[in-house]
Design a protein around this ligand. Sequence first.
Ligand code: G3I
Length: 304
Amino acid sequence: AYTLKDAAAATGRVFGAVVPAGLLGDADYTKALDQEFGQITPENEMKWNVVERVRGKFDFAAADRLVDHAESRGMAVRGSVLAWHSQLPGWVINIGSGAELLTALREHVAGVAGHFRGRVDHWNVVNEAFGDSGARRNSVFQERIGESWVEEAFLAAEAADPTAKLCYNDYYTDGSGPKSDAVYGLVRDFVARGVPIDCVGFQGYFNSDHRVPADMAENLRRFADLGVDVHLTELNVTGSGETQAKAYAVAVSACLAVPRCTVITVGGVTDKYYWNAAKTPLLIDADYGRKPAYFSVLDVLNEA
Ligand code: G3I
């Protein structure tokens, strides 16, 4: 196959990208998006500070534009994110009572997942609930609601959209280690207690300090063995040239080695608009040229 989405589809997988709504009017950008990718993850447009900046007043204008674009091209949509400690509006941070914050969380999830019911195939329900040590991250939710905030978000998402697949999503969990073990423990516990969870997202941020771990396939497999799908959700590798290409090939190969690794999403379409402007971590360069990393990923997919 000659495009990422077609090559991935031939293996039974979806190849997606993180996309900001602001670029949908840019013809060069949408040409590359529509050609290469089969799934859209809204970059910021579904986050709490955008969709519910004022309590109870939902604004889905930007997110709807992304979902409309995806639907008109037959692309899937990964919703992101229902509950996250970052990009929260001030009113959420200022809720002092745990009971009140839990009510706000439930209403938020019901409002957002309910609005997109039937149009979002996967939700990142919760992002980044753990710190690198494997302990729960000290967030407003953790502090005021306690441990149960994560499952509360999943239960609310299940109620709001019973058809969407519900995922936990985190970074630096790609290989084994304390943080990955903690997420594994959470998923195992959810499965054992019947808390709804269908998938785990591995963000896949790689650089010279965080190389693609040698045990990535093994780590993905242990999660899959719990009965959940596994996804690479924001894959990106800093650097350039053959070094970058090689790292991408290793990460994508790890996914291809695991049948339940069904989605590969890169952190953006082109380096031109990567949110961290100092970096060039994507597959397509700022002039829409296909990089060595692009061809290495395409080759690995075509060889699978
Ligand atoms: O909307 C404001 C705009 O009004 C203002 O003029 C401008 C000035 O800086 O900032 C704009 O907000 C930016 C926002 O993106 C929208 O463009 C924020 O500063 C910027 O911090 C924010 O960055 C996002 C980042 O999350 C925040 O942590 C990135 O776009 C987004 O790609 C990134 O994504 C997260 C994933 O959701 C979860 N995994 C980690 C990843 C990095 O944090």
